[in-house]
Design a protein around this ligand. Structure first.
Ligand code: FAD
Length: 393
């Protein structure tokens, strides 16, 4: 891509690639390429390696501990990490609550929270959705009642990814019952060790555990942990959601998954696939075009964000197209593997094992888990609504 071919960007790419080849442990990239869900230990281990190099918060400005990269550099970094099968950084601190804290937080909150997000001494999770309040998030009913210097929180959050090994949760809570739904919401930062919090696992269709339900029973949260003004939480949440949607588009990882699909297709091309080859090739070509378009829109959006221009519907378009193309790549991968896809279930094999190539391991789990990609971060139907409203009014 021309935009990424400037000499200084080629140099930057070489630097990132060199760093990854020297510092990404092979067993970590093996696990990252085979498993949809990594352990806290793996996620923190990789984050700390990047932290020591100053690269653990790729999108952050220098003043808060980020590398201060341009949009193009951020994309190149993502692309190289994806190509090397590096673990995906936990998004909840770095991509979601971190930017909210450095944009809307008090000096004391910035000082207390940002360094621990950059160093990954605190692992975060997101407490937005509730039973009955997902797409219609503004209807949420977890309550926070003012009591002296604290709020007392009661209610429950659901589908909370990574809550079982997180230290902190950022939550939307209702602080005004009388106001219209969006106006009575407050954004709180809550220490998960606070008495009254319990976490119950939810096992997803792939058999993995990343999801949870979190219960709050008379949980005291200091008012100093409130972001911005009381009842203005919806504003901060909308800011956060546009970052979440750009993230879930994940063009760089789709590019990697497509490359893996091609490896699988060519290694199977001597068997049954031979007769199906033209059909498979046609589907791969169509996906390749979609991924190129996604990549191009991602880079444009990152550059726009870097120039400080308001992002309108781009995050929703990226979220919609990114999640759909991801699902089509995984679907075709399983089609190509055929019944063999099932044989690789739950296998973790060392790289280079000719009998069971690593690139085939974990594909069924990934296919199953990513059925949720068109739901989390706001479902496809909801993105269609947002785009239609922006265009047609
Ligand atoms: C794997 C996974 C991880 C998640 N992680 C987190 C997390 O870490 N933190 C968190 O807070 N939440 C998380 N979520 C929750 C996620 O954000 C919600 O599931 C999502 O917003 C949809 O809400 P819902 O599940 O309540 O479905 P509903 O809102 O009940 O939607 C059900 C169906 O109705 C459709 N629909 C709803 N409203 C409309 C409308 N107005 N027009 C057209 N169609 C509509 C939807 O598209 C969907 O198909 C996660 C979800 C999943 C599946």
């Amino acid at each position: 891509m021309n935009l990424l071919s400037k000499p200084e960007l080629l140099e930057f790419r070489a630097e990132v690639r060199g760093f990854l080849s020297e510092n990404l442990p092979a067993e970590l990239s093996d696990r990252a390429s085979c498993h949809a869900h990594l352990s806290r230990e793996d996620i923190v281990a990789w984050h700390k390696i990047l932290y020591r190099r100053g690269w653990s918060a790729p999108s952050w400005p220098k003043e808060f501990g980020g590398p201060g990269w341009s949009g193009a550099q951020r994309y190149i970094f993502e692309e190289e990490c994806a190509a090397a099968d590096a673990p995906v950084l936990s998004p909840f601190g770095i991509t979601m609550v971190g930017p909210v804290i450095y944009t809307f937080g008090t000096p004391a909150q910035k000082q207390a929270f940002l360094p621990k997000i950059v160093s990954m001494d605190h692992v975060w999770c997101q407490g937005f959705s509730e039973p009955g309040s997902g797409s219609d998030l503004a209807s949420l009913s977890t309550r926070a009642v003012s009591d002296g210097d604290d709020y007392v929180v009661n209610g429950t959050k659901i589908w909370t990814s990574e809550a079982h090994y997180s230290d902190w949760i950022f939550c939307l809570v209702r602080t005004d019952q009388g106001a219209k739904p969006q106006s009575g919401i407050t954004f709180l930062l809550i220490d998960l060790r606070t008495p009254g919090i319990s976490v119950r696992p939810i096992i997803s269709i792939d058999g993995g555990h990343s999801l949870n339900q979190v219960f709050f029973e008379d949980v005291r949260v200091p008012k100093g942990n409130r972001i911005g003004e009381e009842n203005r939480g919806w504003t901060y949440a909308k800011f956060l959601l546009s970052y979440e949607r750009i993230l879930t588009a994940d063009a760089a990882r789709s590019k990697r998954r497509l490359a893996r699909l091609k490896e699988i297709a060519s290694s199977f091309a001597t068997g049954w696939l031979l007769t199906e080859a033209p059909c498979v090739a046609k589907r791969i070509a169509a996906l390749e075009i979609e991924v190129m378009a996604l990549e191009s829109l991602t880079i444009d959006t990152l550059l726009k964000d870097e120039r400080g221009e308001a992002l309108a519907v781009e995050p929703s378009i990226l979220k919609l197209r990114g999640s759909e193309v991801l699902q089509r790549i995984l679907e075709l991968t399983c089609d190509v593997l055929g019944p063999d896809a099932l044989a690789y279930e739950h296998r973790v094999l060392p790289k280079g094992n000719a009998a069971f190539p690593t690139y085939a391991a974990g594909r069924v789990e990934e296919y199953l888990y990513r059925r949720a990609a068109t739901i989390y971060g706001g479902s496809s139907e909801v993105q269609h609504n947002i785009i239609a409203k922006a265009i047609f009014g």
